[in-house]
Design a protein around this ligand. Structure first.
Ligand code: TXA
Ligand code: MG
Length: 316
């Protein structure tokens, strides 16, 4: 049985207790809903992989309430601290050297020497993490390969019966996963474009990134086909074919439109919900494919195009 919880003080305390006893709770962050477990409890982390049917070589991000707690698990260089102070809480994950003997389960890091850390900004997430006190490992709360959830209902549709609870904090206002930066001694690498646009990153050190994220030094286990709707998806489509359900952007109207005013922030927030909606509507209308209008490759458009590219990749 998966409990659907409202965000009351009592329920927040209950979620922290579920984590302490090794259970799984899905919770909102400003990016997407995460499926959380105690990052120091190997059995609990294994249960995340099982609930999502996630390949276990793909490491997880740990979520904490504040920088002091983050420093219990990861070693912060000056650059890392600068990035953390500039952007936390917020849609940024930092890949840092793991602190020896910190107690994190090896399943979280898939045996790597580094750990991905983030402090989410969503107030409910921060209350939950503060109440728990430690590190919560949390991938997006969807079956592996499926579209990431931006509402509690999306989580319920994918994972009901497989997890202990879902706490409902309303829709996620960023709507795309966090930007992931790997902080090295003299370079910072973009591993995943995400909710913090590259142009907004405040850092004295050069952030290396490819023209498109497709050439990026990959996060391990970043699967080609991901975020995939049931219908086949085609990108950069100005005029859709008869068999295609068209998602528009700006002046390219489409059946539904990510942002009529061509606002990338609005499009990012709506993207995953609209992919789900398009899937349902396409099936109803007897259309076998989804087409998406061109999205400018700047700001949040870089992360949007990354997700669309994976959603349109050949299925493995
Ligand atoms: O916004 C987000 O980041 C959401 C919310 C729930 O926080 N989480 C999320 O987690 O997107 P997930 O598991 O779907 O993606 C985590 C990504 C994976 O691509 C993984 O390979 C990468 O982070 N990652 C984790 N640890 C890493 C490490 N030590 N080195 C490199 N990449 C790492
Ligand atoms: Mg995911």
């Amino acid at each position: 049985m998966t409990q659907m919880l409202k965000p009351t003080d009592l329920n927040i305390a209950q979620c922290a207790d579920i984590w302490r006893s090794g259970g799984l709770v899905a919770f909102p962050t400003e990016t997407v809903y995460g499926l959380g477990a105690d990052a120091c409890n190997g059995d609990a982390v294994a249960a995340i992989y099982a609930a999502k049917a996630r390949p276990s070589f793909n490491p997880l991000i740990i979520h904490v309430a504040d920088i002091t707690t983050a420093q219990r698990y990861a070693v912060f260089s000056d650059t890392a601290l600068q990035l953390a102070q500039a952007h936390w809480p917020g849609p940024l994950s930092l890949v840092l050297p793991i602190k020896r003997g910190c107690g994190l389960s090896e399943l979280v890091t898939a045996g790597l020497e580094t750990v991905a850390v983030r402090i989410p900004e969503n107030p409910l997430a921060r209350q939950l993490l503060g109440r728990f006190g430690g590190a919560v490992a949390a991938p997006s709360a969807n079956p592996s390969g499926a579209i990431s959830p931006t509402t509690a209902r999306h989580v319920h549709a994918g994972l009901s019966g497989k997890i202990d609870a879902i706490i409902d904090g309303g829709p996620c206002h960023v709507g795309l996963e966090s930007t992931i930066l790997k902080v090295g001694p003299d370079r910072v690498h973009l591993l995943r474009a995400g909710g913090l646009p590259l142009e907004d990153i405040a850092c004295d050190v050069v952030v290396s990134h490819p023209r498109g994220t497709e050439d990026a030094p990959q996060s391990p286990g970043q699967l080609q086909s991901h975020y995939a709707p049931n219908a086949q998806l085609r990108m950069n489509v100005t005029e859709a074919h008869e068999r295609e359900y068209h998602i528009g952007f700006g002046a390219v109207a489409g059946q539904i439109n990510l942002s009529r005013s061509a606002d990338l922030r609005e499009a990012a927030t709506k993207l995953f919900a609209y992919l789900r909606m398009a899937d349902e509507d396409a099936a109803t209308l007897g259309k076998s494919h989804i087409a998406v209008a061109p999205i400018p490759h700047e700001g949040l458009g870089m992360a949007i195009n990354d997700r669309l590219k994976r959603a349109s990749a050949p299925r493995g």
